[in-house]
Design a binder for this molecule. Structure first.
Ligand code: BG6
Length: 306
């Protein structure tokens, strides 16, 4: 672990968004430069890899062809390749040099949900372990583990909002376009919310980092283009607030994911879903759930086969 000076996380789709969260964690907790590559790009470029590069390939099924090909390419170039895989005995699990099964249980739909949450949790644990072998203090490590062990009731609380989210989907089911916004560790959450919506309900959606929206995307916004934004209480809260004010100036309806007790958020939102507060690095575990439920209900209401 001490020899590693660079990490590359390789995956497709939802797993690649879990990887983006992993990047934040590895850089923040362990100070190791970390890249994320979608597998279909990695395998066709000329990645610079040496024996100090650690590669993680992340896959729910363990069978995604691009991810498998990327793992083979990385091994051919001499990297040590670890898998983070759900399906026990799958091809990626067998072909990697080592790794971790996430044991999320079977995913019955193509869209991965609980596997995503477990990928995030495993990546956080890896980052914590790398951090502790380097610069991370025992106290910070313990605080993170404490917060992680308290995360399940917070995730359950998000799931309990199912009925409210169903009503929200009823209200928005006829819109044709959605924009998802997030910043920092919640940008991958926005990407995941957007992918779920388009993949299972076939509604057009895009995701942008809040600060990037003004460089083009904002031109599309109108009262017919709702924006789902994650504005939880973290270091980028004020920045996100000002991005949402820009959205409001375009008259786009705003649906906010906000932290419980943040009454001021109501001023900005047409609709609001409150989630429990947790450590910033753990926020994706909670904040993704309302977005996945929203996509699910939109799809069901539109008669799609989820
Ligand atoms: C894609 C699916 O084909 O594979 C995505 O459409 C999924 O929903 C992606 O996230 C990656 O799958 P896996 O099994 O490698 O995690």
């Amino acid at each position: 672990m001490r020899e590693v000076n660079r990490i590359i996380l390789i995956a497709c789709g939802t797993a690649s968004y879990a990887a983006l969260i992993g990047k934040y964690a590895f850089e923040r907790l362990a100070g190791i430069p970390t890249e994320v590559d979608v597998a279909s790009e990695f395998r066709y470029r000329d990645p610079i890899i040496d024996s100090h590069t650690l590669i993680f390939v992340i896959s729910q099924s363990g069978e995604t062809a691009d991810t498998l090909a990327a793992a083979r390419e990385a091994k051919r170039k001499g990297a040590f390749v670890r898998g983070i895989v759900n399906v026990v005995g799958s091809t990626i699990a067998r072909e990697t040099d080592g790794g971790t099964y996430i044991h999320a249980g079977p995913e019955l739909a193509v869209a991965s949900t609980k596997a995503y949450a477990n990928m995030v949790a495993i990546l956080l644990l890896y980052a914590l372990q790398f951090g502790r072998s380097r610069r991370l203090s025992l106290a910070t490590g313990r605080r993170l583990l404490g917060a992680l062990s308290e995360i399940v009731p917070k995730m359950e609380k998000a799931l309990e909002q199912d009925k409210k989210i169903q009503k929200l989907a009823e209200k928005y089911q006829n819109y044709k376009n959605f924009l998802f916004l997030g910043r920092g560790i919640n940008f991958p959450v926005a990407l995941e919310g957007s992918l779920k919506l388009k993949e299972i309900s076939y509604i057009h959606s895009e995701a942008f980092p809040g600060g990037e929206m003004k460089h083009g995307q904002i031109a599309l916004l109108s009262e017919n283009f709702p924006v789902l934004a994650i504005m939880t209480k973290n270091q980028l809260y004020e920045k996100m607030r000002s991005n949402i004010e820009e959205v409001k100036a375009r008259k786009a309806p705003v649906i906010l994911i906000a932290t419980e007790g943040d009454d001021k958020a109501k001023e900005l939102a047409e609709d609001i879903i409150y989630v429990s507060e947790t450590m910033e690095l753990l926020e994706p575990l909670v904040n993704t759930i309302p977005l996945q439920l929203f996509a699910y209900h939109m799809a069901v209401l539109l008669g799609r086969d989820v």
